[in-house]
Design a protein around this ligand. Structure first.
Ligand SMILES: [Zn+2]
Length: 241
């Protein structure tokens, strides 16, 4: 499925149609609406979907809409080519949104589900990305280290109690969520990632970062992290077609 092919059908099955009720009564329509929304409302997430689909890493058959849960999850069945993405159609609580999503006040239901879907795609992208590049060095040397040693992270999503729980992986899982979420921010909107990195850098948000166990970036880090994420997505097969 190519999200581009849906862009002309906006009027009939545009993203406005997304609701928990549609997820329950017509999951296929919800799925189509989600892909349409990805094509219309993100800078690069739809491209990630399309490239990963063409490589056989994901398919619309293995995109599941679950009307009864709020949590979305990506499961790798056996090989890297067999991945199942389940999108939970129950809206997130305001509290969860506030903790996990930057600028959460700008997220309505549709935007929330599109964003989470994109986050799951970023998981698949990262799992299939090249080891040994700048992104993986940053992940291993900085993100994992700050979770393991400093109990500080790069994103609110990675800081959720659910991931913090040792049963769910603890610091290493938190670090994985951090790097995936930074990739997601870029895929959704590069400027959104940039604003978020400013939040991690600017002195005036220092107390907010302390309250949320987030790292504070030194001067120059904002620019270099942005470049690492950008080059990792652009230099990869993702955009090489
Ligand atoms: Zn995740």
């Amino acid at each position: 499925m190519n999200p581009e092919q849906y862009t002309n059908r906006e009027q009939s099955i545009g993203w406005q149609v997304l609701s928990r009720e549609i997820a329950r009564s017509n999951p296929d329509l919800y799925k189509t609406g989600l892909l349409t929304s990805l094509g219309q409302g993100t800078a690069y997430s739809w491209k990630a979907w399309d490239s990963l689909r063409q490589r056989g890493c994901i398919s619309s058959d293995r995109l599941i809409i679950d009307p009864n849960q709020a949590i979305s999850i990506t499961r790798k069945l056996t090989e890297r080519s067999l991945t199942t993405i389940t999108i939970g159609a129950v809206p997130w609580s305001e509290d969860l949104k506030r903790r996990a999503i930057f600028e959460d006040e700008k997220f309505n239901y549709q935007k929330e589900k599109r964003y989470i879907f994109s986050h799951e795609l970023a998981h698949v992208f990262f799992a299939n990305s090249q080891q040994g590049g700048a992104l993986h060095r940053f992940y291993n040397n900085v993100i994992i280290k700050s979770r393991r040693e400093g109990d500080k992270g790069f994103t609110g999503l990675g800081g959720l109690e659910f991931y913090k729980n040792k049963k769910n992986g603890g610091p290493d899982t938190q670090a994985l969520e951090d790097v995936v979420e930074l990739i997601n921010m870029y895929l959704v909107d590069p400027d959104y990632l940039n604003r978020y990195l400013s939040y991690l850098s600017d002195d005036k948000y220092q107390q907010s970062r302390i309250d949320n166990s987030l790292v504070s970036l030194g001067s120059g880090s904002q620019e270099s992290i942005f470049q690492i994420i950008m080059y990792a997505t652009f230099s990869h097969y993702l955009f090489s077609q």
